[in-house]
Design a protein around this ligand. Structure first.
Ligand code: PFF
Length: 475
């Protein structure tokens, strides 16, 4: 349940629809499902197996596989922390919007409200722009909740996910039904599902699909490893991996219906073409969707509250899973107490998140999301495939997982892990790097891309340093 909670998050409702839109609409489902079956599920099985085999957090499990690869585990958990920093800011926005839904205060112009009144954004990327204290308090509330849920450990996590997994799913279903019964919904769905096959020849579209799978399944960040380390010995692995993956993919697919049906309604109401209405990006959840909600014939505020409540409850278990990965790594290696390290990480997350609160923050969130998920995660995923496939042994993992599972996976599993995944991940990462160098990223200046690259590089270097530090037993 906690693994599903981690997997299903803002990535499914906020990220998937806009990434799908940017990368060919319905045609994106092809690379998405190819990525799910060729890398997502095999790596999920491998991560569950490694967690359950070594019963340790990612860095120390990696160390047990081979001392020289401990840094891969650290790099994963540091990337999770980088994601947690901006993920919690997005959640803080959702919390503010939950309250704004009561008065539908973003009317009449949701875009101007979002950028000018809410974010106080300027056009510049430099720190500055105004600071909205509401967001600061909301961010504090999010980090406080994460701390309160985590400091006691697995038992309270279990209680929280028993609510935060089913509740938002029900809310999403309500939104989907509401969306589908609005006039114009079919136009939105056609736009969501109608494929633009020409996009399939672009490497960046495939990279986006693999990155979305890594992000959405919370892979390559040590999360699934640490969660599996809490399982009882002999717990089923393959079944759990399929359930997690299908619940995650299914929720993303469903969220697409909820989002695009409502966008279709907006196009119908305003007479604007779908392309303009769905003008993707981060703003989809904070501009377009609220605009459409405000136009609903009845109970508009109610649906606004449901939408942001769904985002918050979907997001919270993903957010704390990222923190779990890093705190357990520190606890295992240095023997620090759970309470203490959780507090330190939560305070750091809050303070670093403050850097993203000023008006320019939205641009940095977009840049960081792009670079950490598209490059760092894909790269760490690749390293994991190599370590699991060759150092630990793909067949050994397969045997271990099959021994405890109802569903048995065939040899395809090792082939994916050892050959297919590495080849695909290397080729798309290289092709996309070339694409990035030739075309840049969006309209962002090259210094901002360089800075994002440096942040990723810094997490890599810190990982190497941490791997070299002495463990508790060696001190
Ligand atoms: N899987 C989460 C989502 O789709 O929203 C996001 C996420 C969770 C990303 C945990 C990274 C992570 F470590």
């Amino acid at each position: 349940m906690a693994a599903i909670g981690s997997a299903v998050g803002l990535g499914n409702i906020w990220r998937f629809p806009y990434v799908a839109y940017k990368n060919g609409g319905g045609a994106f489902l092809i690379p998405y499902f190819v990525a799910l079956f060729t890398v997502g599920i095999p790596l999920l099985i491998a991560e569950y197996s490694v967690g359950s085999m070594f019963r340790k957090s990612a860095p120390m499990a990696m160390r047990s596989i081979h001392r020289k690869v401990e840094w891969v585990g650290w790099w994963g958990v540091f990337s999770a922390f980088l994601i947690a920093i901006y993920y919690s800011v997005l959640m803080a926005w959702c919390l503010c919007y939950l309250f704004h839904s009561f008065g539908l205060v973003w009317q009449p112009d949701a875009s101007s409200f979002f950028f000018n009144d809410f974010l106080k954004a300027g056009t510049s990327l430099s720190l500055g722009g105004g600071i909205n204290m509401q967001i600061v308090f909301a961010l504090l509330a999010i980090w406080t909740s994460i701390y309160l849920i985590l400091y006691k450990g697995v038992k309270s996590i279990g209680k929280v996910v028993a609510i935060t997994v089913p509740l938002p799913t029900i809310l999403l279903l309500i939104l989907t039904v509401r969306g589908l019964t609005l006039p114009g919904a079919s136009m939105g769905l056609e736009f969501y599902l109608a494929p633009d096959f020409s996009k399939l020849s672009m490497p960046s579209v495939w990279l986006a699909a693999y990155a979305q799978i890594f992000f959405s399944l919370s892979l390559a960040q040590g999360i699934m490893i640490v969660y599996a380390s809490f399982l009882k010995k002999g717990s089923d692995i393959n079944n759990n991996a399929f359930i997690t993956a299908l619940a995650d993919g299914g929720t993303a697919f469903l969220a697409g219906f909820a989002v695009f049906a409502v966008l279709g309604y907006l196009a119908y109401q305003t007479g604007m073409p779908m392309e303009e209405v769905a003008g993707g990006g981060i703003g989809l959840a904070f501009i377009t969707y609220p605009t459409a909600i405000a136009k609903m014939p009845i109970l508009a505020s109610f649906f606004g509250v449901i939408f942001f409540m769904a985002l918050l409850t979907f997001g919270i278990d993903s957010a704390f899973s990222m923190v779990e990965a890093i705190t357990n790594g520190m606890k295992d290696k240095f023997g620090v107490s759970r309470e203490k390290i959780t507090l330190i990480i939560c305070i750091m997350g809050f303070l670093l998140g403050l850097l993203l609160v000023p008006g320019s923050g939205i641009h940095w969130i977009e840049i960081m999301d792009h670079f950490v998920s598209n490059f760092a995660l894909v790269f760490i995923g690749l390293l994991e495939c190599l370590v699991f496939g060759y150092v630990l042994g793909g067949e050994r993992i397969r045997k271990y997982a099959n021994d405890v599972s109802d569903i048995r996976v065939g040899r395809w599993f090792s082939i994916m892990l050892k050959l297919f995944a590495p080849i695909v991940l290397i080729s798309i990462a290289a092709a996309s790097l070339v694409e990035l160098m030739v075309n840049g990223y969006g309209n962002y200046p090259s210094w901002s891309i360089l800075l994002a690259g440096m942040i990723v590089a810094a997490s890599f270097i810190t990982a190497i340093v941490f791997a070299r530090l002495k463990c508790r037993e060696e001190q």
